[in-house]
Design a protein around this ligand. Structure first.
Ligand code: ZN
Length: 285
């Protein structure tokens, strides 16, 4: 293990190639999680409800995340291993299912590529280190959260709270923030959006976002500390506003906009450029 690390440290190109390939594989798994987690959660809720009300429950359990092979969403044929190579299978098959020739959503290769690219950014920033593992975990969670929020307008607690715990855990190593800052960050992250939510509700009578967003920003706070919460909120609000304006101009889509993706972008940008942002906000420090 240590020999592998030593080789990677000496050969940067090889290191980046390995990281990119690992990123593609994780991206492929992320696609599966995005697809299968929401139906599994819905199943669990319905089952809980049925248990609670002591009514009959006959629904079939959806595909599990780890233990079911991939299928074509249209013809349901099981994919063989070589149809399942991240990115390359999509290119080789020219974006169509091998069996039924129906178009495969561009989203799958896009998420694989995005995961690999952002993991590579972390590798470039942190090199061969434990910080790279931390940064990659943050990237992977944020990608899953972003797309589940886009699909369902929900951010599962299982994701946001796990991300929060990971942030608290990695703060023990004090890569960029101390455990004190992580705890304060989580607290301020949660409370700031909670406050915005209730002010907005008080003024307009509408609910602008959900509790999932508060928990996501709490998780972000555990990774970034309290000061950068301002940057995250600014990036997320500007991003959300631009998107809402574009949607209004094009008169397309629903008026419901998930906030999770913008918070995720804000968290990631602040994580990568944290020291530059801090310097811009507090030049004296
Ligand atoms: Zn098919």
């Amino acid at each position: 293990m240590f020999e592998v690390i030593a080789v990677l440290e000496q050969n940067l190109l090889l290191f980046y190639i390995v990281v990119f390939i690992v990123g593609l594989l994780i991206g492929s798994f992320i696609n599966v999680v995005i697809l299968r987690m929401p139906p599994l959660l819905e199943f669990a809720w319905k089952k809980d409800f049925a248990d609670f009300t002591e009514s009959a429950f006959k629904e079939k359990k959806p595909l599990s995340i780890a233990f079911s092979r991939s299928h074509c969403p249209q013809c349901k044929k099981q994919l063989s291993a070589w149809h399942n190579i991240p990115l390359f299978s999509y290119l080789l098959l020219r974006g169509r299912c091998y069996f039924c020739k129906n178009k495969i959503s561009f989203r799958y290769p896009f998420i694989e590529f995005l995961t690999a690219l952002l993991t590579l950014v972390m590798a470039y920033k942190f090199g061969v280190s434990l910080s790279l593992l931390a940064g990659s975990i943050l990237v992977w969670f944020l990608i899953v959260i972003t797309w589940i929020d886009i699909d369902t307008y929900l951010i599962p607690d299982q994701l946001s709270l796990s991300l929060l715990w990971f942030g608290l855990f990695f703060s023990l190593f004090e890569f960029s923030i101390t455990p004190n800052q992580a705890i304060m960050g989580a607290l301020i992250g949660y409370l700031s959006l909670w406050l915005v939510f209730h002010l907005f509700k008080f003024v307009t009578g509408k609910e602008g976002m959900g509790y999932g967003d508060f928990k996501l920003l709490a998780a972000g706070g555990a990774w970034l500390g309290p000061e950068l919460m301002i940057a995250v909120l600014m990036i997320a609000s500007v991003g959300g506003l631009i998107f809402a304006l574009l949607q209004a101009v094009m008169k397309k889509g629903s008026n419901k906009i998930p906030f999770g993706p913008y918070l995720s972008i804000g968290i990631l940008v602040s994580y990568i450029f944290g020291s530059q942002i801090m310097y811009a906000m507090f030049p004296g420090l």
